[in-house]
Design a protein around this ligand. Structure first.
Ligand SMILES: C[S@@+](CC[C@H](N)C(=O)[O-])C[C@H]1O[C@@H](n2cnc3c(N)ncnc32)[C@H](O)[C@@H]1O
Length: 227
C-alpha cells in the first residue's frame, strides 16, 4: 500500500459552529455576483451541445481531468454527461478521445450552476467528487455548503452524489442540505472495490484513507430560500 497522499488536517472537532448561519445567509441573500464572460460563453456552447444531445444531463462538477466524466458516460450511454472544471490545465490532459455523449467545459461552477438553473436545466444526476476540502475552520466559506451558491446547487435537483476522504465535509453538507429543505441522508462509508471513478479516489484509497459518500435525492425547485 502506498502512503503518498496527505491526510486531512483540520482544527475542527465537529461541524462548524457557523454552518447554519452561513446557510441561512445564503438562503436569504441570493448570489448577485456577475458571471464571468468565459463562463457565459462556455455555458452557451454547452447549452447548444445539450440541445443536440437531448434529455436532462448528468453533471460532473469539478471533474478535474475528466476521467470520471468519461466513466459516467460509459455507465449511462443514453445520457449527455457534462464535466465542468475551472482548470484549463487539468481539462487539457490527454486521456483519449471522450465518448460522443461527453462534453468537457472550462467554467467556474459558481457561474455555471446559476446559468444552468436560470436556463431550466434539471440534471438527473449530479456528481461532486472529492471537492477541495478547505479543512481549516476559517475556510468554511469556500466549502460548497458554506458558499452563497449552495441554494442554487440544491435547486438544480436530481440525485446529487458527493464523495470525499473527509467525513466531516459530507456531514456538514448533509446538515446544510437538511437546513435548506433539501431532505436528509446519511453519510456512508464507501469502498471502491478496485474500480476508481476519479484519480483522487484512486490516490486516497491506495494510500489507505477511508472514503465517504453522501447521496441526496433533491426535488428540483425554482430556488431554495428562507421561508
Ligand atoms: C480535488 S480536485 C478533484 C478532481 C476530480 N473530481 C477527482 O476526484 O479526481 C477538485 C477539482 O475541483 C475544481 N474546482 C474547484 N473549484 C471550482 C470552481 N469554482 N469551478 C470549477 N471547478 C472548480 C478544481 O479545479 C479541481 O479540478
Amino acid at each position: 500500500m502506498q502512503d503518498n497522499s496527505r491526510r486531512i488536517v483540520t482544527n475542527q472537532t465537529g461541524p462548524h459552529r457557523d454552518l447554519v448561519k452561513r446557510v441561512v445567509r445564503a438562503l436569504e441573500h441570493p448570489l448577485r455576483k456577475p458571471v464571468a464572460e468565459h463562463s457565459l460563453a462556455a455555458f452557451r456552447e454547452a447549452q447548444q451541445w445539450l440541445a443536440r444531445q437531448g434529455g436532462p444531463p448528468i453533471l460532473d462538477a469539478g471533474c478535474g481531468v475528466g476521467l470520471s466524466t468519461r466513466a459516467l458516460a460509459r455507465r449511462f450511454p443514453d445520457r449527455a454527461v457534462i464535466g465542468i472544471d475551472r482548470s484549463a490545465d487539468r481539462l487539457s490532459r490527454r486521456h483519449g478521445e471522450p465518448p460522443g455523449n461527453v462534453l468537457l467545459v472550462r467554467a467556474d461552477l459558481v457561474d455555471f450552476w446559476r446559468l444552468a438553473l436560470d436556463a431550466g436545466w434539471r440534471p438527473r444526476r449530479h456528481y461532486l467528487l472529492y471537492p477541495n476540502p478547505y479543512p481549516k475552520a476559517s475556510h468554511l466559506k469556500q466549502r460548497w455548503h458554506g458558499h452563497p451558491v449552495f441554494p442554487t446547487l440544491l435547486a438544480l435537483g436530481g440525485r446529487l452524489e458527493l464523495r470525499s476522504n473527509w467525513r466531516l465535509y459530507l456531514e456538514e453538507f448533509a446538515l446544510a442540505a437538511a437546513r435548506a429543505g433539501g431532505g436528509t441522508a446519511e453519510v456512508q462509508p464507501f469502498a471502491p472495490q478496485g474500480e476508481y471513478l476519479t484519480p483522487f479516489e484512486r490516490k486516497y484509497h491506495q494510500s489507505g484513507q477511508a472514503l465517504w459518500r453522501l447521496v441526496l435525492d433533491l426535488p428540483p425547485r425554482a430556488r431554495y430560500d428562507e421561508r
